[in-house]
Design a protein around this ligand. Structure first.
Ligand SMILES: [Zn+2]
Length: 279
């Protein structure tokens, strides 16, 4: 099309700026600030040297407590995980079910992390491993469903979390965690290994961000402003950006250009995954 070059420049400018911003944050991240306290790799419950390193470098946490969680939280959490894993079956390598996902709660004081002083408000961690999947809920913040709803509601009202449909607050955190899991599955499939460096992983995640933005721009005519419709938490880095956009996409009935782009991206990935070799 005989488009003016300034239009093209304008078109990529928003994405470029966004990516630079996320990349900068990723690089400068000292891995000591935790909020939701997410991570996506296996962590054993011991204190081996390897795990200590992981904790220091990547902010991984361990669940020391195996306490049962509140039964309503457990029901909502499991339901949502099963719905989502059913939907993205090809990416998650099959359905996740009750046998495969362990839902635990932990006492905040059990966790020996320097991060705990800095950010006492984190609520949930998802530990998705190769053999089993754990969801660890902070007992202090997740006594019951009402606690979770209240916390999420407040975080949404301050712009810390994305806005979603009314009544979806109880599923917010678990959907966010599932978003990390899903992205991890995509990264592993793209890199064709689970044994990648942090740099490779960061790069892959930024590429995913760029692809979603490009779909939003090209197919859904997203403006620069649309690209920046993101929660404060989502601006932490490209990982949180993905999970936050994913969560709002899943839990909103009226889709924005960015949310449409996320759907489109995942649809394509899910189809691609069905025809590619499973790891
Ligand atoms: Zn997160």
């Amino acid at each position: 099309m005989g488009g003016r070059s300034s239009t093209f420049k304008e078109r990529i400018k928003g994405i470029d700026d966004l990516l630079k911003e996320l990349e900068k944050k990723q690089k400068k991240k000292d891995y000591t600030v935790l909020d939701l306290g997410d991570h996506t790799q296996e962590v054993e419950l011991d204190s081996t040297y390897r795990n200590k390193i992981r904790l220091q470098n990547r902010n991984y946490m361990v669940c020391k407590s195996m306490d049962e969680v509140d039964k309503d939280i457990r029901r909502v959490t499991l339901n949502q995980i099963m719905n989502l894993s059913h939907k993205y079956n090809n990416l998650t390598h099959g359905y996740l079910d009750e046998q495969q996902v362990k839902i635990r709660s932990y006492k905040i004081n059990d966790i020996n992390l320097k991060t705990q002083k800095k950010s006492p408000n984190y609520t949930t961690i998802a530990c998705w491993s190769k053999s089993s999947n754990q969801i660890c809920l902070n007992q202090r913040r997740s006594k019951n469903i009402d606690d979770i709803v209240k916390t999420v509601d407040y975080s949404q009202s301050t712009g810390h979390f994305m806005k979603t449909d009314a009544g979806t607050q109880d599923k917010y955190v678990i959907t966010h965690e599932f978003g990390h899991f899903l992205e991890e599955c995509i990264v592993q499939r793209r890199l064709q290994t689970k044994d990648y460096t942090q740099e490779e992983r960061d790069r892959a995640v930024l590429t995913i961000t760029e692809e979603i933005c490009n779909i939003a721009r090209n197919k859904y005519k997203a403006s620069n402003n649309d690209l920046r419709q993101m929660s404060r938490y989502g601006y932490n880095d490209a990982y949180e950006w993905f999970s936050e956009l994913f969560t709002s996409t899943v839990l909103s009935s009226n889709k924005s250009p960015m949310q449409n782009a996320m759907n489109e991206f995942l649809k394509k990935e899910n189809i691609n995954a069905s025809s590619s070799n499973k790891l």
